[in-house]
Design a protein around this ligand. Structure first.
Ligand code: FES
Ligand code: FES
Length: 164
């Protein structure tokens, strides 16, 4: 079957098998490997992408269900040389260690801040409650999202160095 969608602002059309999951379509067909695949049980949340601005676990969505929708992956968070404040917040507040959970965490954080620009700690923890991090203990992730809320303007970066 043929599907069409917008991925990170780009219109794409591909032939797929109807059974293909969105996470595999993103990783294996589009080669956007920033979206991670961490479980077979819909528990870990590392596969989260935004569909029409809302976080979805892409391992629970058929690629065919994304037909006609707008998908944002972690590769679409930055705008040119400008990091999304969420990306910068994770860097400033050390919101990652191994980084495996990070793409999904950042996309969930972006969706949260888009609907609630000033979340408190409880609201941030509730937003990321569908996602697991085996490294950070979550405190630095919460601080990273709060940093992004307090610094809504993206910063210019070369990709190697960012000044606050
Ligand atoms: S890969 Fe674990 S919830 Fe999707
Ligand atoms: S940073 Fe390693 S799982 Fe979250």
């Amino acid at each position: 079957m043929q599907i069409s969608m917008t991925v990170n602002g780009e219109d794409i059309t591909r032939e797929i098998e109807p059974r293909v999951l969105l996470v595999h379509f993103i990783r294996d067909v589009l080669r956007l490997t920033g979206t991670h695949w961490g479980c077979d049980t819909s528990n870990c949340g590392t596969c989260v992408v935004l569909m029409d601005g809302l976080p979805v676990k892409s391992c629970t969505v058929l690629a065919a269900m994304a037909d006609g929708h707008a998908i944002t992956t972690v590769e679409g968070l930055a705008t040119g040389a400008k990091l999304d404040p969420v990306q910068q917040g994770f860097m400033e507040e050390h919101g990652l260690q191994c980084g495996f959970c990070t793409p999904g965490m950042m996309l969930t954080a972006r969706a949260l801040l888009d609907r609630n620009p000033h979340p408190d700690d409880g609201e941030i923890r509730e937003a990321i409650s569908g996602q697991m991090c085996r490294c950070t203990g979550y405190a630095t992730i919460v601080r990273s999202v709060k940093w992004a809320a307090e610094h809504p303007a993206a910063q210019e970066t070369t990709g190697e160095e960012v000044t606050a």
